[in-house]
Design a protein around this ligand. Structure first.
Ligand code: PLP
Length: 397
């Protein structure tokens, strides 16, 4: 009954989802407080109090026929206007409501964008390590994902490899900074160079290459690093945003795609993405939460909560002899596996009730991802298990 693609998808599964289920089973077996599940990027700070107030107020005061009704496929115009003005205030951009499409999270935004632009066999370049779902999203529309090699020193993109991977078939490049899984923020220098390389490739092939900036972690930055807005580095850049992490709302499925006026073919791209919102069956982003986030643009998640976790985990693991990249943003720590086959290390960690995600899930073996969007107490409690693991692999005596 199932299509070949879906059957294969089920067979290959998702390592992260599988671990989530495994974590639940282990919690039943050992007691929840003795299992250290670092597998899932589910926010650990509550949504802002104001959001609750706004939701209640909307339900009580809005006309239910409007509140719960169909709308423009791109979303409520006044919501898009508010979000556009907020971007303009913060980043000096010139968006208006006609440049934004409200989406069902970042995942919805990426899917409708890829559907709008991809013909079969078109190529989409990603920088390893990358959010593994990109492969599914690209293959949903019969596109081909092209991975570039990681720079294992810095985990900034390897730009010469990137340049060599661009072809006449490259339709888009997906970039994600702050990055899941490494926590690295791509530097302005990297971004400038990516812009230069893409401009030259467009010239060389006589094509248009869209840079899609996937930004669910835009606001999650440490050490005073201010959010950057990537559209300034390369004219054909669009932004996919999500409130999943920045306001801790992943289950509400809300975000937007912003298409700057400078993007070639702006109007048809906006029309295409809006159409794909409809025909992929989303129709429009959920109405109530659209209205609510527009009134919460000034709200912020508690970045200091994640920052404390980041430091405790990074320092704790360093003391045990593990080697990791100090995250600059997001809520993931990228740690080197003591073995080239990191799956072996992940299995060993499980015996100590530690759930880590293998780097091959992100197109980069030899590493593991540790999601520290958990309670601080859990990180402290997990250190005994990490110590035992460190002794077993021989990096701690
Ligand atoms: C890099 C990246 N992109 C997209 C998504 C999907 O986000 P959303 O829940 O907004 O669809 C995630 C979720 O973890 C992510 O890490």
């Amino acid at each position: 009954m199932l299509s070949k693609k879906t059957s294969l998808g089920i067979k290959n599964g998702s390592a992260i989802r599988a671990m989530f289920v495994e974590g639940k089973l282990m919690a039943e077996q050992y007691g929840a407080e003795n299992v250290y599940d670092f597998s899932l990027g589910n926010p650990a700070t509550p949504a802002p109090e104001k959001l609750k107030e706004v939701l209640i107020d909307k339900i009580n005061s809005e006309d239910p026929l409007v509140l719960h009704g169909y709308m423009n496929n791109a979303g409520f115009p006044e919501v898009r206007k508010t979000l556009a003005e907020d971007l303009n205030r913060r980043f000096g951009t010139d968006f208006d409501e006609g440049d934004l499409i409200m989406t069902v999270g970042a995942a919805g935004g990426l899917n409708i964008t890829l559907k709008a632009i991809l013909d079969p066999k078109d190529e989409v370049v990603v920088f390893s390590p990358y959010f593994g779902e990109y492969r599914n999203y690209v293959e949903n529309f019969d596109g081909v994902i092209v991975e570039t090699k990681p720079d294992l020193e810095t985990f900034q993109p390897d730009l010469s490899d990137f340049e060599s991977k661009l072809t006449a078939k490259t339709k888009a490049v997906i970039i994600n900074t702050p990055n899941n899984p490494t926590g690295v923020i791509y530097s302005p220098d990297t971004m400038e160079k990516i812009g230069t390389i893409l401009r030259a490739a467009q010239e060389r092939f006589g094509t248009q290459i869209l840079l899609i900036s996937d930004e669910p972690y835009r606001e999650l930055r440490y050490d005073g690093k201010e959010p950057d807005f990537l559209t300034k580095y390369y004219e054909n850049t669009i932004v996919g945003y999500s409130f999943s992490k920045s306001l801790s709302l992943p289950g509400e499925r809300i975000g937007y795609v912003a298409v700057p006026k400078a993007v070639a073919g702006h109007d048809e791209l906006v029309a295409g993405i809006s159409l794909c919102n409809r025909i992929l069956g989303f129709v429009n982003a959920p109405s109530l939460i659209q209205l609510a986030v527009a009134e919460c643009v000034q709200e912020k998640t508690d970045v200091s909560f994640y920052d404390r976790n980041r430091k405790t985990l990074y320092e704790g693991l360093a003391e045990l002899g593990f080697s990791a990249i100090l995250p600059e943003g997001a809520f993931y720590l990228w740690m080197k596996s003591p073995y080239p086959d990191e799956k072996k290390f992940v299995e060993m960690a499980k015996k100590h009730r530690l759930l880590l995600v293998p780097g091959s899930t992100f197109g980069c073996s030899g590493y593991v991802r540790i999601a520290y969007c958990v309670s601080h107490d859990m990180i402290l409690r997990s250190m005994d298990s990490f110590r035992e693991l460190a002794k077993e692999v021989g990096c701690y005596a």
